[in-house]
Design a protein around this ligand. Structure first.
Ligand code: PLP
Length: 471
């Protein structure tokens, strides 16, 4: 399998070459040249497989530069009941007739990002050892990415993590999860600014090719193809749990921010998994909902980016969206460049409303969208507890609200549970008047000593810190 850049760079790369990279050299995102097709017989075979073996089968279609036995061992080591809490890894539960919740958040940091990051940690360690190389991971997080990356990489040989986060904008629990890690190879950097400042710093540092090479800078943010690929697996696993046979369609609703999670659903659908609808659920930061409703993609400024009670979806632009738009415009790299380089670069927006391609988003690719507010979130959390004695976190609540707008008779609707309520206790208390249950291993975590430095929103300051801590 070869990988190309959405912006038309002529080079083709293999999986392990892009594993340790972020953006393509032309600023585009990597995608496979084609989506492998899965037929009914293969689906029938996969239906019987435990999660780790299913992951191996799917990953094998995209990774041909790791020996099969090694890849199989990596999957087996990653997706265990010990790490993810159950043999199913992503158990599905029925909430009400036709509406299911797929639990993606039973990993070490209680959010779905563990699903991909735990695999990435093992892939990185494997590939770095094979090359005799080292890597410094630079990341930006508004919450879950950072802790998932740190828990995946802590103590791993050949890897250091430098994780930027917007100072004071994460929940106390999330801060405690990250900042309490005392591992030598984990560096927390609190940036005076918002999440997008952090993302811009990561981009600026990565664009300094001299620095990037000298300090072997890599990334694990959501544009990393391996992460997206790992996420494809749970769409298959959710499908198999929601159906008894492969002639039934299923729909998914995905609480969305950077469009990484739902883009994995798009890939699964392109491979032939019978997904009817992919519902993109946003919060007040509704860049994506606006696009799917109107055809206009309009990046928000910092002042227009709201701090909400589903903070892991607080984005001003969706960094994986370019992957989907590439497919939407028929993989026409020149057209893609016009939209993402010229239009977005000059005007901060592009407009596909009059383009025939826009209609395809719904008709051919199955996308729908919706938006929630803080009040919706509280109402959904209350309603779900009252009627079903189930607690959902604010992001999953955004998903549930959106899902109910697109139910179709006979088509199971699977809502992806992207975090556990304990990570967002303040909002749960506001909705319900009581604290969510806390798993025993997180008792007292906020009181632990913290390991973090504070830096201004300045790429040079971050570079200096990295240089200092690399020898
Ligand atoms: C990251 C995250 C999201 C958004 O996922 P994207 O892949 O960025 O769309 C939603 N919910 C939670 C809890 C998250 O951590």
């Amino acid at each position: 399998m070869n990988y190309l850049s959405t912006r038309g760079h002529p080079d083709r790369k293999r999986f392990c070459e892009i594993l340790l990279e972020g953006l393509a050299p032309d600023g585009g995102l990597y995608l496979p040249e084609t989506y492998p097709q899965v037929d009914a017989a293969t689906l029938a075979k996969w239906r019987e497989l435990p999660y780790a073996e299913l992951a191996f089968e799917i990953l094998s279609l995209y990774i041909d530069d790791i020996p099969a036995a090694d890849l199989k061992a990596i999957c087996a080591k990653t997706y265990t009941a010990e790490v993810f809490g159950t043999d199913e890894i992503v158990p599905l539960r029925e909430l009400e007739d036709g509406v299911y919740i797929e639990a993606l958040s039973n990993g070490p940091t209680l959010a779905f990002k563990d699903m991909a990051m735990q695999l990435l940690g093992n892939l990185f360690e494997y590939e770095l050892a094979r090359r005799g190389a080292e890597l410094n991971i630079l990341g930006a997080t508004s919450g879950d990415t950072g802790s998932a990356a740190e828990y995946a990489m802590r103590g791993k040989k050949g890897v250091r993590v430098f994780m930027t986060s917007p100072d004071g904008r994460m929940s106390p629990f999330q801060q405690a999860q990250m900042f309490s890690l005392q591992d030598e190879n984990i560096h927390n950097i609190a940036i005076t600014g918002v999440f997008d400042d952090c993302q811009d710093i990561v981009k600026a540092v990565s664009n300094d090719l001299g620095f990037k090479r000298k300090y072997r800078i890599g990334t694990v943010n959501s544009i990393n193809w391996a992460r997206l690929l790992a996420q494809v697996v749970y769409y298959f696993a959710g499908y198999f749990q929601a159906t008894a046979s492969n002639d039934k369609p299923v729909s998914f609703t995905v609480p969305s921010g950077n469009f990484g999670n739902v883009c994995a659903g798009h890939v699964a659908r392109m491979m032939g998994l019978p997904i009817q609808t992919l519902v993109v659920a946003t919060n007040e930061n509704d860049v994506l909902d606006e696009f799917f409703r109107t055809g206009i993609y309009r990046v928000r400024g910092a002042a227009d980016t709201h701090e909400t009670s589903s903070p892991s979806m607080d984005i001003s632009k969706a960094s994986n969206f370019e992957r989907f738009v590439f497919d939407l415009v028929g993989r026409d790299a020149a057209k893609l460049r016009k939209l993402f380089v010229e239009d977005l670069g000059l005007e901060g927006r592009f407009d596909l409303s009059a383009d025939p391609a826009f209609k395809q988003a719904a008709e051919r690719f199955g996308f729908k969208s919706s938006r929630s507010t803080h009040a919706d979130r509280l109402a959904t959390i209350r309603d779900t507890e009252k009627r079903f004695a189930t607690l959902v976190d604010p992001h999953t609540a955004d998903g549930l609200k959106a899902a109910r707008e697109f139910l179709a008779p006979g088509v199971p609707m699977v809502v992806l549970e992207t975090a556990l309520p304990i990570k967002f206790a303040a909002t749960i208390v506001e909705a319900l008047g009581h604290e969510p249950d806390r798993p025993a291993k997180f008792e007292g975590i906020e009181a632990l000593p913290k390991r973090v430095v504070k830096l201004p929103a300045d790429a040079e300051a971050v570079k200096a810190y990295i240089a200092q801590n690399c020898d």
